[in-house]
Every structure is written in C-alpha cells, then in structure tokens.
Design a binder for this molecule. Structure first.
Ligand SMILES: [Zn+2]
Length: 277
C-alpha cells in the first residue's frame, strides 16, 4: 500500500460505478487509478473532485498501468476558488496544463508544490492575466522547458542591452529566441521588451504575483509567445470545456474591465467627496 498527498487533475465516471482519477502526487508524480464504487457510495465523499487535495492510499495492480485507489482523505478542498468564475477557470487551466505536460509515474515534486501554491493563491487573490502568465513561465521552467530569454538561440548574443538589436523573433523549435541578425527575413518580429516582463514573472515569488502589472501590449505578445512554447510541448492544451484557454482569457478580461470600472467610479466618488459634493 502506498500513501501519498495528491491533487486531482481529472476525474471521470468509469464503467457503471467506478471513478477513473488522475492525480498529481507529491512523491510519485502523476498517477491514474480506479476508485471502485466511487459513484454511488459515500466512501470517497468529495475527495476525488477536481483540484481537491487528498491523502490517498493506493496499490499497484499487476499487468495494468492503472493503480487501485483504496482510500482518500480530504486535506484541502480549495472551495473558495469556486466562488469566482475566473479563478475556477484558471485552476481548471492550470490542472489541464499539468495533466498534459507531466509523465505518468515520474516524480514531479516541484510541479506538485507549484500547483498547490497557485491553488492556495487562487483561494484569496482574484485571478489576473499576470498570475496566469507567471504560472505558465514557472511551469515551463520547472519542467525544464523554459525558453532562454537572455541569449540568442543561434549565436548567443544578448537579446537585451546596448549591443542588442531592435527586435527578436520566436524560435520555439530551438527553445528560445533569435537576435535580429540571426532572424530569418520572414520571421515575426517581437519587441524585446515583450519578453523582459516574462523574466520578471519568472523571478517574482508566487505570493507576490498579484502585485504584477504589465502593459496590455506586452501581455498580449507574451500570451502568444508562451502559448507557442506550451503547445510545442503539449499540443491541444486548454481546448476543451471549462478548461478552455480562450474562455479563461475572456473571463480574465471581463474581471479586469470590472475592476478598472470600479477603480474609476471610486476615484470619481473620492473626487466628489474631497470637493465636498
Ligand atoms: Zn543571433
């Protein structure tokens, strides 16, 4: 019997009464198993729900990749995440990325910690574009897929600074960017400042990511760049149901517009108050 702490990445009905669940565990990486009778019995309660953290007990089954999940005890349900549509959507997108980018039964403690820290964050902080982009950068880094943001992937010239060119181009297949001298004529030009903030997002502690604010232009460029790298390693990410990446971007945009409108109206009110009106 193996005991481990685990976050539910995917949970679906299997046959009539069972549940097929994929977890990211703290010590054993991603595992998929069957929880017998989980559909109708109260034995598992809410322990197998999406992005819940549970202590699970499981056994390897002979001749099968699937393990047998015998017990699960709830450690944290992250219920507060479900109170905001954009946070729920972000958590769904994060777990989808982890599901698609990790290998079965390969230890991934760093990724487990990253995901749990972001789920904790989403319990209290409203999800923003900056938080989502910082998760993507940090995830790529911990998987060993981080683009080289500092040097040209061909000639190793610095991408920033006095001697750097005025633009760079994305070279996903080379794991980074090309300086202006090495960029093919037909490549799409990117302002080097659009990748500078990704370095900042990578370096900022998770608990401080709600304070990050990037310009809309750099954010849009960064979104395209990060998606190119993520899709290179995991085609089809975020393309279904509420884990949809496009839907998440829409929720984030709506939340951002609402908070900007709220800030404007409170500024107007303060103005009226200070003017004694
Ligand atoms: Zn170069």
């Amino acid at each position: 019997m193996i005991e481990d702490l685990a976050i539910v990445l995917r949970s679906q009905a299997f046959k009539e009464r069972d549940r097929l669940v994929t977890f990211l565990t703290e010590k054993h990486g991603k595992i998929t198993g069957i929880a017998k009778g989980a559909i109708h019995s109260k034995r598992f309660g809410g322990t197998l729900d999406l992005f819940v953290c549970s202590a699970i007990h499981y056994k390897e089954s002979q001749g099968s990749e699937l393990v047998r999940i015998d017990e699960a005890h709830l450690r944290r349900d992250f219920l507060a995440i479900r109170e905001r549509l954009e946070n729920m959507s972000a958590a769904g997108y994060f777990t989808d990325l982890v599901l698609r980018l990790t290998q079965e039964k390969q230890a991934a403690r760093e990724i487990f910690l990253l995901l749990s820290h972001y789920l904790y964050l989403l319990e209290t902080a409203p999800a923003t574009h900056e938080i989502v982009r910082s998760f993507e950068v940090k995830l790529l880094e911990r998987l060993g897929y981080a683009p080289n943001f500092e040097e040209c992937a061909a000639c190793e010239a610095p991408l920033f600074g006095d001697n750097a060119g005025s633009f760079v181009s994305v070279a996903v297949e080379r794991g980074g960017f090309l300086c202006s001298a090495c960029s093919p004529a037909a490549s799409r030009r990117v302002d080097p400042n659009s990748i500078l903030w990704m370095i900042l997002a990578r370096e900022t502690l998770i608990q401080h990511t709600p304070t990050l604010h990037f310009s809309q232009e750099h954010m849009a460029e960064g979104l395209n760049i990060l998606q190119s790298f993520l899709r290179w390693h995991a085609p089809g990410i975020g393309e279904h149901e509420f884990r949809s990446h496009a839907l998440l971007e829409r929720f984030l945009e709506e939340a951002r517009n609402q908070s900007m409108a709220a800030a404007r109206s409170s500024a107007t009110k303060e103005g009226l108050d200070s003017a004694g009106i």
